[in-house]
Design a protein. Structure first.
Ligand SMILES: [Zn+2]
Length: 236
């Protein structure tokens, strides 16, 4: 099957409309209703050629950035909205864990680790710091709002910065620690507001705006941050 000499993967599903996806390797995936004629599908693909090419380009750019992100001595890493350098110290033995020095500040660790070991170790140092930092912010706004979560956890969620369970536990993704303080606070306030409004209704957003008037700016900030986290491949 071809679309302008490009192949695509056709998946027949129970859905009622056609959808096109660009896979991570740049290939095109088409999900189509069971009985839709191939001619109709290909006609649609031909109309979408430009969209497909543009999105394949975006996927490819992101893949190239990921390959070029190396975690070398001096590489800048994002922490609380600031660029913090990575320092690999030849004086440290291979068994020394990477740590975050807040004095300098920098991420410090030994030289002789592989890229994947460095990434795992730095991810761990980030997460440890997030586990101290984020619950502290929850505490602050909990006192201000009077809403007390059942539990606060910091995990490795890939698609959400934060979430609130029906039982009132709040979960945050450790990568949130890369965001500027006010943006972290927005996510904290957002989740705390769910303890009062368990939805995204107008009254929920009014509540968020009451504690965080600039929440729309922070949502934009998070979009940019998501892109960088993706390009650097922090959450595989
Ligand atoms: Zn929400």
């Amino acid at each position: 099957m071809t679309n302008n000499k490009k192949t695509y993967h056709l998946i027949r599903t129970n859905r009622r409309t056609l959808a096109i996806y660009i896979r991570d390797n740049g290939s095109v995936e088409v999900r189509a209703p069971k009985r839709m004629p191939v001619a109709e599908i290909e006609g649609f693909l031909n109309k979408k050629t430009r969209w497909i090419t543009e999105h394949q380009q975006l996927v490819q750019n992101s893949r190239i950035k990921k390959q070029h992100f190396k975690l070398n001595n001096g590489t800048n890493l994002l922490l609380l909205g600031n660029e913090v350098p990575l320092r690999m110290d030849s004086g440290l033995s291979k068994s020394t864990s990477f740590f975050l020095s807040l004095k300098e500040p920098c991420f410090c660790g030994p030289v002789d680790l592989s890229l994947s070991e460095r990434k795992r170790e730095i991810g761990r140092a980030y997460k440890e710091y997030a586990e101290l930092f984020i619950p502290d912010r929850v505490n602050k706004y909990s006192k201000q709002t009077g809403w007390i979560p059942d539990k606060v956890r910091v995990g490795s969620a890939k698609t959400r910065w934060g979430s609130c369970s029906e039982k009132g536990s709040l979960n945050f993704s450790w990568v949130l620690i890369m965001a500027p303080l006010e943006t972290i606070d927005y996510v904290v306030i957002h989740e705390l507001c769910h303890l009062s409004e368990f939805n995204h209704s107008k009254s929920f957003w009014n509540l968020v705006a009451q504690y965080c008037p600039e929440y729309k700016r922070h949502q934009k900030e998070l979009k940019g941050l998501a892109k960088r986290i993706e390009d650097e491949g922090w959450l595989p």
